[in-house]
Write a protein that binds this ligand. Structure first.
Ligand SMILES: [Zn+2]
Length: 337
């Protein structure tokens, strides 16, 4: 398959010729637009020539440019997993299905990289409402059945997120989004993405990719590699080595970082995750450790950080919505001193 990579700030998107048109796989971060247009021009492809856009999953570094692209060509059919529809409408990376970083080193490196280099830790993107003509994939689907004149299929490959899909061509080339990756190998990723919702499902997706006949893997992060690498690294990372994504850890990191950054007059407030800004806004000047202790106590009391609002600075009183129990009521917690 003649696959052209469009390398953006953090994401590899791909364009593939399909008869008179092109299929685009994924977009980049919301502010990758200039880079995206440059890469497309270098590939000698015009936005008007794109007929389909396949989103491998809903994350901010894959969906950020969707609106920009459709503004230029609104006839593009967007293809995604049926599980993506609601997640992409929320405009925020899904954390309601749990998960975490593949190990603690990766957690540290990714936080540093996102905050210092990329300055993109909000994990949000412009929400997208499905339009008429878009296509939701349920199970596996032949590309020709959704109007793409290429010999290949879309397969469900969950694990990184619940809505992850891959595109497997008859010649063995497989575009996997984040269902595999080729980055931070020195930190022990072993061809896994840095963040995984369900490690068991992730490796089962690898087995599916291998048994379906993939020979070359094109990840969204890092260079293409032979599918044999997946065989050789199956089940190598362990669930017990993962660093669960917990807000208190994220907050601890960013609060410490903010304190150091403010000493050097380096404003990172624009790069902080929205939930954390929410906390910090109520607490200026920032007392990082104090906030952390309070949040930890709330976490111990509720076991839930999915949604929270920080109300006052003296007593901890906050509302907790517990989606896992379906309890939409408010829980008030008063800190014991
Ligand atoms: Zn992702």
């Amino acid at each position: 398959m003649n696959i052209t990579s469009l390398k953006l700030s953090a994401t590899n998107c791909f364009v593939i010729r399909a008869a008179e048109n092109y299929v685009l796989i994924d977009t980049g971060y919301e502010d990758d637009w200039g880079e995206f247009c440059t890469r497309l021009r270098e590939a000698d492809v015009e936005l008007a020539q794109i007929s389909h856009l396949i989103l491998t999953h809903h994350h901010d570094d894959h969906c950020g440019l969707l609106h920009n692209i459709l503004r230029e060509n609104d006839s593009i059919r967007v293809v995604m997993s049926h599980r993506c529809k609601d997640l992409i409408l929320r405009g925020e990376n899904d954390l309601t299905h749990g998960g975490g970083y593949v190990n603690r080193w990766v957690a540290l490196i990714v936080r540093l990289y996102l905050s210092l280099i990329l300055r993109k830790t909000r994990h949000t993107f412009p929400p997208y409402q499905l339009r008429d003509g878009d296509f939701l994939v349920t199970g596996d689907a032949n590309l020709q059945d959704i109007g793409i004149p290429l010999n290949g299929k879309i397969i469900e490959t969950p694990g990184h997120t619940v809505d992850s899909i891959s595109i497997l061509f008859a010649d063995g080339d497989c575009l996997v989004g984040d269902a595999a990756a080729n980055m931070l190998q020195f930190a022990g990723t072993k061809y896994c993405a840095v963040f995984i919702t369900d490690l068991g499902a992730y490796y089962e997706s690898w087995e599916k990719i291998i048994s379906a006949g993939a020979s070359r893997i094109f990840p969204a992060h890092g260079a293409p590699f032979a599918a044999d690498k997946l065989k050789g690294n199956l089940w190598k990372n362990k669930a017990e080595d993962m660093a669960p994504y917990r807000y208190e850890c994220e907050i601890a990191f960013y609060v410490c970082f903010l304190k150091v950054a403010s000493r050097y007059d380096f404003d990172i407030s624009q790069t902080l995750p929205i939930r954390i800004i929410h906390v910090l806004r109520q607490r200026a000047p920032v007392h990082g450790f104090h906030i952390l202790i309070k949040l930890y106590r709330v976490y111990r009391a509720t076991g839930n950080y999915e949604h929270y609002t920080w109300f006052t600075s003296k007593d901890i009183t906050r509302s907790v919505v517990a989606p896992s129990t379906g309890n939409q009521g408010e829980t008030r917690i008063t800190e014991r001193s």
